[in-house]
Unconditional design. Structure first.
Ligand SMILES: [Zn+2]
Length: 300
């Protein structure tokens, strides 16, 4: 069996400075162009590949496919999160880099101070735009998969809302369900309420029915999950690992996320929870990707 890969070293601060030297905005523009259009620039509006550089203006192109008369003029940032902001690309890149290298997340306040931004709102807005860009499409997981749910928010953070006996968790808490493929990716979803229906439809959507094992705890919501090789551990009876059956991997992910929420963000409303969990999911799923920064920029 292949050895478990070690998480890789991301781009360091020094490497960032070397690739994107201070004052060299063009280096950032070239990087963005190479990332979003690896096979050549195409029109972000109509997809036409026949576009024409605007002679006198670098990083500007014209498309006549969707605007035969005057042509549609677009720039390197057209259709990206960097559009319509007055911040240079290099500052955006720095914020992305700070977010990706902070395992437990970084608060908008810290970003504001570090970057020297005039307002908290600027930092907050940038962070949220970046989080939205990090949202990954849901994929189907295979191999050995663990599924578990957690509750975040309110004053105290419970490991499981189950102790209270309330199926949807205590009031004010946001339920999140997650599935992780061992040695692979995690997929999460913020739920309005943890019910048998919401939990099982999540499993059917993100877990392949060809998995070799689906491990959960004994929560009722996973009961009679047909079509899966489903096995459980009974946490109430102090049972945590039975052979390959455990949920330690997904619980490890929850614990990183919770430490981040408690340590860096303090309070996160249910409304923004999907964005925060997307950020943690992106970092987790790219932990073996040395080019995590480039992957993030691609999605921007
Ligand atoms: Zn076009």
């Amino acid at each position: 069996m292949a050895k478990r890969p070690k998480p890789v070293q991301q781009m360091t601060e020094a490497q960032f400075e070397a690739i994107f030297p201070a004052g060299d905005e063009d280096a950032c523009k070239r990087y963005l162009v190479a990332r979003r259009w690896p096979n050549g620039v195409y029109c972000p509006r109509c997809g036409a590949v026949k576009v024409f550089p605007v002679g006198s203006m670098p990083f500007k192109w014209q498309c006549y496919a969707c605007a035969p008369d005057q042509g549609y003029r677009f720039s390197h940032i057209a259709g990206t999160i960097f559009e319509n902001t007055n911040k240079p690309l290099r500052q955006w890149f720095k914020v992305v880099h700070l977010m990706l290298t902070s395992k437990k997340g970084i608060s908008a306040l810290q970003i504001k101070r570090h970057m020297g931004f005039g307002s908290y709102e600027t930092a907050w807005g940038m962070c949220h735009k970046i989080r939205a860009a990090l949202v990954e499409p849901e994929t189907k997981l295979g191999g050995i998969v663990e599924v578990d749910e957690t509750f975040i928010g309110g004053k105290a953070i419970n490991k499981h809302g189950k102790r209270s006996g309330v199926a949807g968790g205590a009031a004010g808490k946001t339920p999140i369900i997650g599935a992780v493929q061992r040695k692979g990716n995690v997929v999460t979803r913020v739920l309005a309420k943890v019910t048998k229906e919401s939990a099982q439809s999540f499993v059917r959507e993100v877990v392949s029915n060809k998995v070799s094992l689906l491990a959960t705890d004994q929560s009722n919501v996973y009961r009679s999950l047909s079509g899966y090789p489903h096995q459980t551990v009974d946490h109430h009876r102090g049972e945590y690992v039975v052979g390959a059956v455990h949920t330690n991997t997904i619980e490890g992910f929850w614990s990183i996320f919770k430490r981040g929420i408690v340590g860096s963000f303090h309070k996160v409303s249910a409304k923004y929870m999907p964005l925060y969990v997307a950020e943690f999911q992106f970092r987790y799923n790219n932990r073996f990707n040395a080019d995590i920064f480039g992957t993030a920029i691609e999605g921007c």
